[in-house]
Design a protein around this ligand. Structure first.
Ligand SMILES: [Zn+2]
Length: 244
């Protein structure tokens, strides 16, 4: 191999690396718009959307509903179809409390690496079970892990779904306790407020591994957030549909 072909090979290799890196970014970054438009947040720094993924979940979701109702706050819940099938009464309670409900697939796979048929089945299946349970159309979708590729967003659009990502993820599945979950979230909200944008926070009232995941620290962290951002502070809790 002479110097010139070595250079060509190096350039080709580097380009392939950059492309692969770029695709990984577009597929997994919470805020990338490269693979299609996703809803994240408004430019109003006083708005906060609490969003809860991976429910419904016994005890945790119900306690969360009581807490939110006590503060007269509406949140957004992205539910897993398999759990909806098993706990329709919790799903109806979420809707009855005035919260927004979205699709989080049937079984929570990494959609970026699934076949088109599987992606369609996951999204359409979750829509069906939610619509059968609630009797209203479902309009919002969050990809599990935020993982997507263009066909995921296209199928979502075909099913009438707006894809929603986030700009704060305090990793509430880690065993760090409510105070730390709240502290991580508050730091990130402050950063968003400084950059003049609303906050879209992913929390978890359930877990993809199954019903019964221990998420009560998330409920306690929510209590701390509701106390910190009381109406007198000028902040307002919204559901993600207010940003469309
Ligand atoms: Zn999830």
């Amino acid at each position: 191999m002479n110097a010139s072909t070595m250079t060509t090979a190096a350039v080709a290799f580097t380009t392939a690396g950059l492309l692969a890196g770029g695709c990984t970014y577009a597929a997994l970054s919470a805020q990338s718009q490269i693979f299609g438009k996703v809803l994240i947040a408004s430019r109003n720094p006083n708005e906060i959307a609490l969003t809860y993924d991976d429910g419904p979940n016994d005890i945790v979701t119900e306690r969360l509903l009581d807490l939110l109702t006590g503060h007269n706050v509406r949140a957004t819940f992205f539910l897993i179809g398999d759990f909806v099938r098993q706990r329709p009464q919790i799903v109806r309670a979420i809707a009855a409390s005035g919260h927004l409900i979205g699709n989080h697939t049937m079984t929570h796979p990494w959609l970026a690496w699934q076949s088109t048929a599987r992606i369609r089945q996951e999204l359409a299946g979750c829509n069906s079970i939610l619509e059968d349970t609630l009797g209203v159309p479902i309009r919002y979708f969050r990809a599990p892990h935020g993982a997507r590729r263009p066909v995921v967003l296209r199928i979502a659009r075909e099913l009438g779904l707006t894809s929603v990502q986030w700009n704060i993820i305090p990793k509430d599945w880690q065993p760090v306790g409510a105070a730390e979950i709240a502290a991580r979230t508050i730091r990130a909200i402050t950063r968003n407020q400084h950059s003049r944008r609303a906050s879209n926070i992913v929390l978890h009232d359930g877990g993809q591994a199954g019903l019964g995941q221990p998420r009560l620290p998330t409920v306690d962290a929510t209590r701390l957030l509701l106390e910190k951002y009381s109406p007198e502070t000028g902040t307002k809790f919204v559901t993600v549909d207010s940003w469309v």
